[in-house]
Ligand binder design. Structure first.
Ligand code: SPM
Length: 336
């Protein structure tokens, strides 16, 4: 079978300098004995299994109809395959980034939770998000005049434009300017107070996105935001990475003097079936993330975009309700 040969031909993960010389606290928290090159399971031929040291002892699997693309960029392995039940799937270093079927649950929530929480957002920065899905969602907001995106890996942009037109459609908006480069360096060069909102659509903290989970990066975001500006970042799963979330909450509480919150959404193809976001604001006009002041639901009829599939105002408020075990930890860190 063609699929079987592909499973053994995947390029090896390129070791990064930090992995060779000692990993960060976040990375160490995820390290196990698992071989991180075991991305494709040979156990069930014809299936993709998401095996990673970040979620030891479990691996969600999708039946593969056809491998559509495999490449190795300067930063990571990039793969696209056609699945039987979730449409096309984008995989970076063996980790699912999006599927056509459930990407709306992530892209809509990471975008509209911050942008619907402030009145008239005008300047928005996206870090990561090279597939363009967050751009597609930001573009729904008619008040927005400028959308900058800084993505480190041009191959992600190119692959998305070729295989995921309904996601990469975000690049077609004339308000978008794409910068290919390191988001950490980009943010350091941003004049203070530039943006109303920053959205960090990163992969996980093993790999090129590691620095996007560290304190200096959050400090740069706070500086780049105007008073009362908002940030939304990918903030992992309460079922898998509570230790990482605790660290992020602690850092954010020290840096963002407005409000600090954790919200979540369901994504069936992410490990544990959910993923969270940190929603923070800088000192200035109060931002109450739990009660959106800039609803987008009613804008749909005027928009050229396809209707929202997932986000609505009720879900916005509900996203901040946490299971008791997570609430206890996050609330204690938020108050310390
Ligand atoms: N625009 C979509 C990009 C997705 N970025 C986040 C990907 C996270 C994948 N891993 C999830 C692991 C959850 N602990």
């Amino acid at each position: 079978m063609a699929e079987e040969s592909v499973f053994t031909d995947l390029p090896m993960k390129r070791p990064r300098e930090d992995e060779e010389n000692g990993a960060s606290a976040a990375t160490e928290a995820m390290e196990t004995e698992t071989n991180s090159n075991d991305y494709i399971s040979p156990v069930i031929p014809g299936w993709f299994s998401e095996i990673s040291p970040m979620w030891p002892g479990e691996a969600h699997s999708l039946k593969v109809e056809k491998i559509l693309f495999q490449g190795k960029s300067d930063y990571q392995n990039v793969m696209v395959f056609q699945s039987s039940t979730y449409g096309k799937v984008l995989v970076l270093d063996g980790v699912i980034q999006l599927t056509e079927r459930d990407e709306c649950a992530y892209q809509e929530m990471i975008t509209h939770l911050p942008l619907c929480s402030i009145a008239n957002p005008k300047k928005v920065l996206v870090i990561g998000g090279g597939d363009g899905g967050v751009l597609r969602e930001v573009a729904r907001h008619t008040s927005v005049e400028q959308i900058d995106i800084c993505e480190i890996d041009k191959m992600v942009v190119d692959v998305s434009k070729k295989f995921f037109p309904d996601v990469s459609v975000g690049y077609e908006d004339p308000r978008v300017t794409l910068h290919i480069g390191d988001g950490v360096a980009f943010l350091k060069a941003v004049p203070g107070g530039t943006y109303d909102a920053v959205i960090v659509d990163s992969s996980d903290p093993i790999g090129p996105a590691q620095e996007l989970f560290e304190k200096p990066f959050f400090e740069s975001i706070a500086k780049a935001l105007r008073p009362g500006g908002v940030v939304s970042t990918q903030a992992e799963s309460i079922w898998l990475h509570m230790n990482i979330i605790e660290d992020i909450v602690t850092n954010c509480r020290q840096i963002f003097k407005g409000s600090v919150n954790y919200a979540w959404t369901t994504v069936p193809t992410y490990p544990s079936g959910m993923i969270g976001f940190m929603l923070c604001s800088t000192e200035g006009p109060t931002v109450d993330f739990k009660h959106p002041v800039n609803p987008i639901d009613s804008n749909d009829s005027q928009s050229k975009s396809k209707p929202l599939k997932f986000y609505n105002s009720e879900l916005h408020t509900a996203a901040f309700c946490l299971p008791s075990f997570a609430k206890k930890v996050i609330d204690s860190k938020a108050q310390s």
